[in-house]
Write a new protein. Structure first.
Length: 546
């Protein structure tokens, strides 16, 4: 047994979530639901990143305060996650006093341990806006790949950058070329962790391939010290005399949210955050779930901070997905080329969205969201395979056996098959291979449909009612276990099955239902989506494009 910590990436509270971002977050909830059904102790936390530069930029564009923007989108995120069935133990936000306090404590601990030092630097300054520019306010040409990049990181080649390295620089606010001014900041001596992080990355297990490759590249190139304070007005105050007009840099502050959220959860519930963080207390496995653009912050920066504080558990499993495109083109919030989560939630079942993003998502390679594939996925897999098997089995019992599960005896072969499915799909989930796990389970959904067809209960009931009952009893036992197995992925429909058959909470082990149990309030799990909807949705997408 292990205590399972799951840290979900913190979305910037500067605009609505789109499906590409959701695809990188959803694996966290699948993992949390799975481990809880196994009986493990789980702490699953995340929150809205309210201090990031994108929030401040959006506030300037709208002529409101950053807090106004953060409030609006934090509430929207929380509601979307609730509707999608995310089971965070705590979903919080970074612009809270609790988070500020923990980040300051971490900063002072790093300072006391000798991992921070002061340095005078030339920082980008905008004469037009009369302000120092945070790295993300600066854009220019990446020195590595030649593409347009932000001052902190290139999205094209994932190189961590400093604004001074960019050529053809412009200010993101006004578009004018910035100048340089002298200022003083604290730096994290990241280079001193080169040996420890090299060894850590070398021995890491359970990391996605993209995390292994990009982390190896960062380490091979040599880790560079990075500024941990910035001349900003929005963020966490630097708790050092003489730095009152500066803030702790968001790249160190946001990842610290995993620890602050854990401590906040403990303060609210009386739980033990230490059980998920302190080395030597109990066995811990820590999962971090995010997109590939966040890899270095979770495999280099955050481990360095944890090592710098001392005795805190490092990330074990890095679940870092690739990118998802939309109808063959990159998601673009600026061009409004996106499927926005609040919008899609208003028209489609949450399980349809969850299923598609796991079964067809960018787990190991870039994938595409198309309305055609989404609607065919719902109609073909959820409705045509899973929903069809559940509904025709239970409807037949409802009609021909007075709604009571008939007598029966599950064969040893079926029982072994189901038990094997728990073992194999569970192992895949724990390794972060969710796509393979759900594909494996649906292989058995199709086998179950084949069994139903071969047994022909609609014929057999006329010839041998008892034998027909045995067939249907077998199908019910399969349904109960498929409901357990699929509950981490499509929880809402599995919850409905639980109501039909008066089941307990999902458990990750073979489960059976006794004969004569009454089926309650049977209804269809899924409705067919008319394929004319494909054209309607693609047309709407084109019309919304800016």
């Amino acid at each position: 047994m292990a205590n399972i910590f799951i840290g979900g990436a913190w979305p910037y509270a500067n605009g609505s979530l789109h499906l590409g971002r959701l695809a990188s977050l959803l694996p966290g909830d699948v993992l949390a639901r799975y481990f809880r059904s196994k009986g493990e102790k789980v702490l699953y936390v995340s929150g809205s990143d309210c201090h990031g530069t994108p929030v401040a930029v959006q506030a300037i564009q709208e002529g409101v305060t950053p807090g106004d923007i953060a409030d609006r989108f934090h509430q929207e995120f929380a509601e979307c996650f609730k509707q999608l069935g995310f089971t965070y133990d705590l979903y919080t936000r970074t612009d809270q006093e609790f988070h500020h306090r923990v980040v300051k404590e971490l900063f002072l601990s790093l300072l006391a341990n000798g991992h921070l030092y002061k340095k005078e630097i030339q920082q980008t300054y905008c004469e037009t806006d009369q302000r120092f520019l945070p790295d993300r306010y600066v854009e220019g040409i990446c020195p590595v790949c030649g593409n347009r990049a932000r001052g902190d990181q290139c999205d094209h080649c994932s190189t961590l950058l400093d604004p001074a390295e960019l050529s053809d620089k412009t200010c993101k606010i006004c578009g004018n070329p910035p100048t340089q001014r002298t200022t003083e900041h604290y730096y994290l001596a990241l280079s001193r962790f080169q040996t420890e992080l090299t060894e850590y990355a070398k021995t890491a297990q359970g990391w996605k391939g993209n995390a292994v490759q990009s982390t190896g590249r960062y380490i091979k190139e040599g880790l560079q010290d990075r500024a941990v304070t910035r001349d900003l007005t929005w963020g966490v105050d630097v708790p050092v005399e003489g730095f009152e007009d500066k803030k702790i840099y968001v790249w160190i502050e946001a990842v610290s949210g995993y620890l602050s959220a854990s401590k906040q959860w403990a303060a609210k519930t009386g739980g033990s955050w230490e059980a998920f963080w302190l080395e030597g207390k109990e066995k811990i496995t820590a999962y971090y779930v995010h997109g590939k653009d966040n890899i270095p912050f979770h495999t280099v920066v955050w481990p360095a901070l944890l090592l710098g504080v001392g005795d805190l558990h490092l990330p074990d499993r890095i679940i870092s997905c690739e990118y998802m495109t939309l109808e063959g083109k990159k998601f673009s919030t600026s061009s409004n080329w996106a499927v926005w989560v609040p919008d899609v939630m208003s028209r489609y079942q949450p399980d349809s969205i969850r299923y598609f993003l796991i079964a067809n998502g960018p787990e190991n390679r870039d994938t595409d969201f198309s309305w055609r594939e989404f609607i065919h996925s719902h109609n073909g897999e959820l409705l045509g395979a899973f929903g069809n098997f559940v509904n025709r089995t239970l409807a037949f019992i409802d009609k021909s056996f007075e709604g009571c599960v008939p007598e029966g005896n599950l064969s040893e072969e079926w029982k072994r098959t189901i038990e094997d499915l728990y073992l194999k799909s569970g192992a895949l989930i724990e390794e972060g291979h969710l796509k393979e796990a759900i594909e494996l389970i649906f292989t058995y959904v199709r086998q179950a449909n084949k069994f139903f067809d071969e047994q022909k209960p609609w014929v057999r009931i006329k010839e041998n009612r008892e034998a027909c009952g045995y067939t249907l009893n077998t199908c019910v036992q399969i349904i109960v276990n498929l409901s357990n197995l699929l509950s981490p992925f499509i929880p809402f429909s599995c919850e409905e099955i639980g109501k039909f058959l008066t089941l307990e909470q999902p458990v990750w082990k073979f489960t059976s239902v006794p004969a004569n149990r009454k089926i309650q309030n049977l209804k269809l799990l899924f409705e067919r989506i008319d394929i004319s909807q494909i054209e309607k949705e693609t047309s709407l997408l084109e019309k919304q494009k800016l």
